[in-house]
Design a protein around this ligand. Sequence first.
Ligand code: ADP
Length: 157
Amino acid sequence: MKRVAIFPGSFDPFTKGHEDIVLRGMDMFDEIIIGVGHNSQKNKRYFDIDMMVKCIEMTFKGYDNVRVLVYNELTAQLAKKLDARFLLRGLRNTTDFEYENSISQVNRHLNKNLESVFLITSPKFAAVSSSIIREVHKYGGEVSEFLPYPISDTLPA
Ligand code: ADP
């Protein structure tokens, strides 16, 4: 049976930290589906979602085992629909852990066939977060070194 993982997130924007999780996940899974969702607590996006999807696709254009989709439902339901048995997430610190721990319990309750898999951030990306990048970008700061090239190249000035 194909090992399919969903890597869900807001990806507002998709960073080099996210890219690193996907690249490392490729060793474990046959296919990784990057699900760009609207988080209920982060409703209003800063970067356009269609632009972000195109840029993420460009980031992985050499890989036929990565696909990108937008979704607007529970991740656990999406996983069922896509026959994905794994939920891939990244952990940077204890704050991420607290959050991911409760979410994974709920996801398991909603879909008992879904196993959450966590990768610890690579040290060089430990401080990279979408929210800090949004903040810096908003005030005109340089953020390109934290973003995969197709994304840094496309961001509005
Ligand atoms: P969400 O809105 O669901 O928290 P994010 O887009 O912020 O989504 O992040 C998606 C996933 O990537 C989460 O599991 C998050 O912890 C992880 N992540 C974010 N930044 C990094 C990073 N620099 N290194 C490793 N994992 C990260």
